[in-house]
Design a protein around this ligand. Sequence first.
Ligand code: COA
Length: 164
Amino acid sequence: MATAIYPGSFDPITLGHVDIITRASHLFERIIMAVAQNANKQALIPLSQRVTLAKKCVGHLSNVEVESFDGLTVDFAKQHSARVIIRGLRAVSDFEYEFMMSQMNKNLDPEMETLFMMAGLEFQFLSSSMVKEVADLGGNISGVVPPVVYEYLTKHPVRPKAKG
Ligand code: COA
Protein backbone atom coordinates (compact mmCIF):
# COMPACT_ATOMS: atom_id res chain seq x y z
CA MET A 1 0.00 0.00 0.00
CA ALA A 2 3.02 2.29 -0.19
CA THR A 3 2.40 4.05 -3.50
CA ALA A 4 -0.87 4.80 -5.26
CA ILE A 5 -1.67 6.76 -8.37
CA TYR A 6 -4.59 9.11 -8.92
CA PRO A 7 -5.12 9.37 -12.69
CA GLY A 8 -7.40 11.74 -14.55
CA SER A 9 -7.62 14.46 -17.13
CA PHE A 10 -7.80 17.27 -14.55
CA ASP A 11 -9.01 19.68 -17.24
CA PRO A 12 -9.00 21.56 -14.89
CA ILE A 13 -8.40 20.24 -11.39
CA THR A 14 -11.35 21.17 -9.14
CA LEU A 15 -11.92 21.29 -5.40
CA GLY A 16 -13.55 17.85 -5.81
CA HIS A 17 -10.25 16.38 -7.01
CA VAL A 18 -8.30 18.18 -4.27
CA ASP A 19 -10.71 16.73 -1.70
CA ILE A 20 -10.11 13.17 -2.96
CA ILE A 21 -6.32 13.47 -3.10
CA THR A 22 -6.15 15.14 0.31
CA ARG A 23 -8.11 12.30 1.91
CA ALA A 24 -6.10 9.70 -0.01
CA SER A 25 -2.82 11.30 1.08
CA HIS A 26 -3.63 10.19 4.63
CA LEU A 27 -3.93 6.57 3.51
CA PHE A 28 -0.79 6.09 1.40
CA GLU A 29 2.88 6.84 1.89
CA ARG A 30 3.16 8.32 -1.58
CA ILE A 31 0.63 9.31 -4.21
CA ILE A 32 1.34 10.27 -7.78
CA MET A 33 -1.27 12.38 -9.45
CA ALA A 34 -1.12 11.18 -13.05
CA VAL A 35 -2.34 13.80 -15.50
CA ALA A 36 -3.42 12.03 -18.69
CA GLN A 37 -2.79 13.25 -22.18
CA ASN A 38 -5.99 11.26 -22.88
CA ALA A 39 -6.63 10.89 -26.57
CA ASN A 40 -10.30 10.11 -25.83
CA LYS A 41 -11.03 13.59 -24.60
CA GLN A 42 -10.34 16.85 -26.38
CA ALA A 43 -8.62 18.72 -23.56
CA LEU A 44 -9.14 22.45 -23.47
CA ILE A 45 -6.19 23.22 -21.20
CA PRO A 46 -2.75 22.17 -22.53
CA LEU A 47 -1.22 19.20 -20.69
CA SER A 48 1.73 21.20 -19.34
CA GLN A 49 -0.66 23.78 -17.86
CA ARG A 50 -2.84 21.08 -16.30
CA VAL A 51 0.28 19.70 -14.61
CA THR A 52 1.41 23.14 -13.44
CA LEU A 53 -2.03 23.92 -11.99
CA ALA A 54 -2.26 20.53 -10.27
CA LYS A 55 1.21 21.00 -8.74
CA LYS A 56 0.19 24.35 -7.31
CA CYS A 57 -3.05 22.89 -5.89
CA VAL A 58 -1.42 19.94 -4.08
CA GLY A 59 1.93 21.54 -3.25
CA HIS A 60 0.99 21.59 0.44
CA LEU A 61 0.66 17.78 0.51
CA SER A 62 4.20 16.56 1.12
CA ASN A 63 3.60 12.97 -0.07
CA VAL A 64 1.87 13.89 -3.34
CA GLU A 65 3.69 14.26 -6.66
CA VAL A 66 2.29 15.28 -10.04
CA GLU A 67 3.35 13.82 -13.38
CA SER A 68 1.90 13.69 -16.86
CA PHE A 69 1.55 10.47 -18.82
CA ASP A 70 0.54 9.17 -22.19
CA GLY A 71 -0.34 5.52 -22.69
CA LEU A 72 -1.95 3.01 -20.38
CA THR A 73 -2.63 3.92 -16.78
CA VAL A 74 -1.59 0.44 -15.62
CA ASP A 75 1.79 0.84 -17.34
CA PHE A 76 2.34 4.21 -15.68
CA ALA A 77 1.40 2.66 -12.32
CA LYS A 78 3.77 -0.26 -12.81
CA GLN A 79 6.64 2.03 -13.82
CA HIS A 80 6.18 3.78 -10.48
CA SER A 81 5.80 0.57 -8.45
CA ALA A 82 2.18 1.40 -7.64
CA ARG A 83 -0.46 -1.32 -7.34
CA VAL A 84 -3.38 0.90 -6.45
CA ILE A 85 -5.35 3.25 -8.70
CA ILE A 86 -7.49 5.77 -6.83
CA ARG A 87 -10.68 7.02 -8.44
CA GLY A 88 -13.32 9.36 -7.09
CA LEU A 89 -16.97 8.34 -7.42
CA ARG A 90 -19.71 10.90 -7.64
CA ALA A 91 -23.39 10.02 -8.05
CA VAL A 92 -24.48 6.62 -9.40
CA SER A 93 -23.92 7.85 -12.94
CA ASP A 94 -20.14 7.37 -12.53
CA PHE A 95 -20.48 3.74 -11.54
CA GLU A 96 -20.86 1.98 -14.88
CA TYR A 97 -17.92 3.73 -16.56
CA GLU A 98 -15.71 3.31 -13.50
CA PHE A 99 -16.71 -0.33 -13.15
CA MET A 100 -15.77 -1.05 -16.77
CA MET A 101 -12.49 0.82 -16.46
CA SER A 102 -11.47 -0.99 -13.29
CA GLN A 103 -12.30 -4.36 -14.87
CA MET A 104 -10.26 -3.54 -17.96
CA ASN A 105 -7.33 -2.41 -15.84
CA LYS A 106 -7.58 -5.64 -13.83
CA ASN A 107 -7.61 -7.55 -17.08
CA LEU A 108 -4.49 -5.73 -18.26
CA ASP A 109 -2.76 -6.25 -14.93
CA PRO A 110 -4.33 -8.69 -12.44
CA GLU A 111 -2.23 -7.26 -9.62
CA MET A 112 -3.67 -3.77 -10.04
CA GLU A 113 -6.43 -2.71 -7.63
CA THR A 114 -8.77 0.24 -8.11
CA LEU A 115 -9.75 1.99 -4.91
CA PHE A 116 -12.91 4.08 -5.10
CA MET A 117 -13.46 7.00 -2.79
CA MET A 118 -16.81 8.76 -2.60
CA ALA A 119 -16.55 12.36 -3.71
CA GLY A 120 -17.37 14.81 -0.94
CA LEU A 121 -21.10 15.61 -0.69
CA GLU A 122 -20.56 19.21 -1.71
CA PHE A 123 -18.74 18.07 -4.87
CA GLN A 124 -21.19 15.41 -6.07
CA PHE A 125 -22.62 17.78 -8.67
CA LEU A 126 -19.25 19.01 -9.90
CA SER A 127 -17.47 18.22 -13.18
CA SER A 128 -14.62 19.84 -15.04
CA SER A 129 -16.84 20.38 -18.10
CA MET A 130 -19.38 22.26 -16.01
CA VAL A 131 -16.65 24.42 -14.50
CA LYS A 132 -15.38 25.34 -17.98
CA GLU A 133 -18.86 26.08 -19.27
CA VAL A 134 -19.75 28.31 -16.33
CA ALA A 135 -16.38 30.10 -16.50
CA ASP A 136 -16.80 30.64 -20.21
CA LEU A 137 -20.24 32.17 -19.71
CA GLY A 138 -18.96 34.55 -17.06
CA GLY A 139 -20.33 32.69 -14.01
CA ASN A 140 -18.54 32.66 -10.68
CA ILE A 141 -16.58 29.44 -10.18
CA SER A 142 -14.56 30.59 -7.18
CA GLY A 143 -16.42 28.21 -4.85
CA VAL A 144 -15.61 25.05 -6.82
CA VAL A 145 -12.00 25.44 -7.99
CA PRO A 146 -8.77 26.32 -6.17
CA PRO A 147 -7.75 30.01 -6.46
CA VAL A 148 -4.96 29.30 -8.99
CA VAL A 149 -7.42 27.57 -11.32
CA TYR A 150 -9.87 30.44 -10.92
CA GLU A 151 -7.11 32.86 -11.86
CA TYR A 152 -6.02 30.72 -14.83
CA LEU A 153 -9.55 30.42 -16.24
CA THR A 154 -10.13 34.13 -15.79
CA LYS A 155 -6.98 34.92 -17.79
CA HIS A 156 -7.39 32.13 -20.35
CA PRO A 157 -10.99 31.86 -21.50
CA VAL A 158 -11.52 28.32 -22.74
CA ARG A 159 -14.37 28.33 -25.19
CA PRO A 160 -14.86 24.92 -26.81
CA LYS A 161 -14.42 24.94 -30.57
CA ALA A 162 -17.71 25.24 -32.42
CA LYS A 163 -18.80 22.04 -34.18
CA GLY A 164 -19.31 21.94 -37.92
N1 COA B 1 -15.07 15.82 -7.80
C1 COA B 1 -15.50 16.52 -8.85
N2 COA B 1 -15.42 16.10 -10.11
C2 COA B 1 -14.86 14.91 -10.33
C3 COA B 1 -14.37 14.12 -9.29
C4 COA B 1 -14.50 14.61 -7.98
N3 COA B 1 -14.09 13.93 -6.93
N4 COA B 1 -13.87 12.99 -9.81
C5 COA B 1 -14.04 13.07 -11.13
N5 COA B 1 -14.64 14.22 -11.44
C6 COA B 1 -15.04 14.64 -12.79
C7 COA B 1 -14.01 15.31 -13.58
O1 COA B 1 -14.05 16.68 -13.34
C8 COA B 1 -14.38 14.92 -14.99
O2 COA B 1 -15.34 15.79 -15.52
P1 COA B 1 -15.52 15.95 -17.11
O3 COA B 1 -15.91 14.60 -17.66
O4 COA B 1 -16.56 16.96 -17.21
O5 COA B 1 -14.19 16.39 -17.66
C9 COA B 1 -14.98 13.56 -14.85
O6 COA B 1 -15.34 13.46 -13.50
C10 COA B 1 -14.01 12.42 -15.11
O7 COA B 1 -12.72 12.94 -15.10
P2 COA B 1 -11.43 12.24 -14.58
O8 COA B 1 -11.60 11.72 -13.21
O9 COA B 1 -10.34 13.22 -14.82
O10 COA B 1 -11.32 11.01 -15.48
P3 COA B 1 -11.27 10.94 -17.00
O11 COA B 1 -12.46 10.15 -17.40
O12 COA B 1 -11.10 12.25 -17.65
O13 COA B 1 -9.91 10.17 -17.21
C11 COA B 1 -8.47 8.24 -17.22
C12 COA B 1 -9.88 8.81 -17.10
C13 COA B 1 -7.43 9.26 -17.62
C14 COA B 1 -8.09 7.68 -15.89
C15 COA B 1 -8.62 7.12 -18.28
O14 COA B 1 -9.10 7.65 -19.47
C16 COA B 1 -7.28 6.45 -18.53
O15 COA B 1 -6.88 5.62 -17.74
N6 COA B 1 -6.61 6.79 -19.65
C17 COA B 1 -5.31 6.27 -19.99
C18 COA B 1 -5.41 5.21 -21.10
C19 COA B 1 -5.86 3.90 -20.53
O16 COA B 1 -5.22 3.29 -19.71
N7 COA B 1 -7.01 3.45 -21.04
C20 COA B 1 -7.61 2.24 -20.60
C21 COA B 1 -8.43 2.48 -19.37
S1 COA B 1 -9.34 1.05 -18.98
